[in-house]
Ligand binder design. Sequence first.
Ligand code: 0L1
Ligand code: MG
Length: 262
Amino acid sequence: MTVQINQQKMVDYLYEAERDVKEVIKLTDDYPQLTIQEAYRIQDALLARKLEENGTKQVGVKLGLTSKAKQQMMGVNEAIYGYLHSDMLALEWEAIEFSQLIHPKVEPEIAFFLGEDLVGEAVTEADVVKATKYVAPALEVIDSRYKDFRFTLADVIADNCSSAKFIVGSKWVSPHMLDLGQIGMVLSKNSAVEQTGSSAAVLGHPATAIVWAVKELAKVGKGFKKGDIILSGAMSEAISFQPGDTVVADFDVLGSVTLSCN
Ligand code: 0L1
Ligand code: MG
């Protein structure tokens, strides 16, 4: 029997799960035939609802599943992308409210701030570096709306790739000032080291991950604009946190960025 995909119903389902801070059964339990293309259309429509109802603005894009380890865990060999919007931006000096999240985890990333548009299928790593005005240390909070953080690729794409919040550190550096492919990082929680990682874990080089995203966006007639922020992908495994925790990611050259949770 073929089950019809009702896109608006799925958008409302995911929107309400996030708004009401409740975990839900993954979409593919009821719609196992959900395709990647349909999932990206749901993601677009979810963004449209947020822009309309929450008065938020799209400020960029985040890349997900950029490490071979995460791809293997999900049995895929492609990265994914989701949208960043202004109400996801959290500040280092304001604690994140745990009660507004379902089962959050945090992961260290490098944020790219674009000084030029970045579009088209012919883009190269050198174009990414040229278009980037600054890079900065960042923490991404992911908070899948699905029960137990379990999902298929289509599910997680529809859910805007588990995006919830992001924090950018205060030290912004020209991409010409460092070797972007070899930035080491230590992630600590309450002063105990939890993870170590490298920018090399991000598809070999964060600029390579961004090239991938530009090419994917070009296929659907989109691209990056001057002023956009790109979270280029996790440099280590994500870790969970609880009220009262402080998480610090300390990067070579870029310095550190802190998350605290109430
Ligand atoms: O930002 C990410 O890499 C998350 C992508 C979705 C998978 C997950 O929630 O772990
Ligand atoms: Mg991420």
